[in-house]
Design a protein around this ligand. Structure first.
Ligand code: NAP
Ligand code: MG
Length: 399
């Protein structure tokens, strides 16, 4: 066997739970370690370890990404009452993804892996559409009130430094109803825009952004203005050098254009739009097991993962001795994304081409009709392999 490819800087490796933990070890054993002398800083984010350390391990993993620049994460259980019972947990901890995202102040980009055997529901989409969702504020940090009867509802701003109060009337309510107050920060909007341009330049994708500034002149208008400002002052030249442009339009126009487009762009979405549209894109593209996800911080740190969860139901069947046909494609692409990024940062062309070779071997395996059950169902046929056979089939194409 040829010499294994050497790495320089370690990748932050975050192990996880259930079926994805099983696949994680298998991917490393069969698809990575035989070819690459893997250098990782390992953090075990298994639910028990997070519980035992009071979640310190998650914080340390996030800090390691901040320090080393590139991470790869397995899916993890977000604890709830049922999981507390199942694993005998001391406490209910927040979602690790939420914790890591908050520490890195990052934006999540999701992109489906397209294969010709699985046709997207929208026939014009030749290339995948990537969604970047601003994951702070708006509806998701709203204050709401139920209004029992007639009365005046106002927005009041009281400056902390004792300046004059500012008020606007929301509504002079004539009868019972509901009200809501939402907010966002200039800095959060700008950091969202920065992460979008960093990702878009790296992937050479044009950027689309949309709001409803014709109706919401102050709130949505601020989003429009800050996005444009970040583009003009920080990224315009870098975008031009990467051969990509920035396009702003109204959200309804954007939606209409998306379904007539050929794909191949980054759709930067406001929090609510991203919540809704990422499900639309995922479902139209095919299987959740083919959806990649990368967290990008405004300072240019990258964390790669699969968009799906721990595939719990398969795990229980695996525990009983069954060879499940769980799809490992998005997990493989999480690794190749991290390896390629590390290779780029450290100037390691061999490592970069290995990552591309592994992606190519994975796609070719599926195109040759060898796939897991979820894909066979979507592509109307194909030989169904279990997870072990599928990974062996990919490994066979790597040699
Ligand atoms: P899930 O693990 O994504 O699985 C939902 C269903 O989607 C599965 O039962 C399976 O359908 C199908 N599926 C997902 N990934 C697949 C794959 N790789 N191959 C084949 N089929 C796949 O979501 P969940 O059941 O809602 O959540 C399970 C656990 O994951 C929860 O504890 C949750 O907290 C956690 N979670 C973690 C993350 C993360 O770490 N990023 C994200 C989401 C959820 P069939 O059973 O019909 O085959
Ligand atoms: Mg959603």
């Amino acid at each position: 066997m040829a010499e294994r490819i050497k790495m320089k800087t370690p990748i932050v490796e975050m192990d996880g739970d259930e079926m994805t933990r099983v696949l994680w070890a298998l991917i490393k054993e069969k698809l990575l370690s035989p070819f690459v002398d893997l250098k990782t800083e390992y953090y075990d984010l298994a639910i028990k370890v997070r519980d035992d350390t009071g979640d310190r391990v998650t914080v340390e993993a996030a800090e390691a990404i901040e320090r080393l620049g590139v991470g790869v994460k397995c899916a993890t259980i977000t604890s709830n009452a049922a999981r507390q019972q199942e694993y005998g947990l001391r406490q209910l901890l927040p979602s690790p993804n939420g914790t890591i995202r908050a520490i890195l102040d990052g934006t999540v980009f999701r992109r489906p892996i397209q294969v010709s055997r699985v046709k997207p529901s929208v026939s014009t989409w030749e290339k995948p559409i990537t969604i970047g969702r601003h994951a702070y504020g708006d509806l998701y940090k709203a204050s709401e009130m139920s209004i029992p009867g007639p009365g005046k509802v106002e927005l009041v701003y009281t400056p902390r430094d004792g300046g004059g109060e500012e008020r606007v009337t929301v509504a002079d309510m004539k009868s019972p109803g509901v009200v809501q107050g939402i907010h966002n920060y200039d800095e959060s909007i700008k950091n969202f825009a920065r992460a979008c341009f960093i990702y878009a330049i790296q992937e050479k994708l044009p950027v689309w952004f949309a709001a409803k500034d014709t109706i919401s002149k102050t709130y949505d208008g601020r989003f429009k203005d800050l996005f444009a400002q970040v583009y003009e002052t920080e990224y315009k030249e870098k975008c031009a050098a990467a051969g990509i442009d920035y396009f702003y339009t109204l959200i309804d126009d954007a939606v209409a254009r998306v379904v007539k487009s050929r794909g191949g762009f980054l759709w930067a979405c406001r929090n609510y739009d991203g919540d809704v549209m990422s499900d639309m894109i995922a479902s139209a593209a095919g299987s959740i097991a083919m959806m990649t996800s990368v967290l990008v911080s405004p300072s240019g740190k990258f964390e790669y993962e699969a968009a799906h969860g721990t595939v719990q139901r398969h795990y229980y069947r695996w525990q009983k001795g069954e060879k499940t046909s769980s799809n490992s494609v998005a997990l493989i692409f999480a690794w190749t994304g991290a390896l390629a990024k590390r290779a780029e940062l450290d100037g390691l062309p061999d490592l970069f081409s290995f990552a591309k070779k592994l992606e190519d071997a994975t796609i070719r395996t599926i195109e040759a009709g060898e796939m897991t059950g979820d894909l066979a169902l979507l592509s109307g046929g194909g030989k169904i392999l279990d997870s072990w056979e599928f990974i062996d089939a990919i490994a066979g194409r790597l040699l």
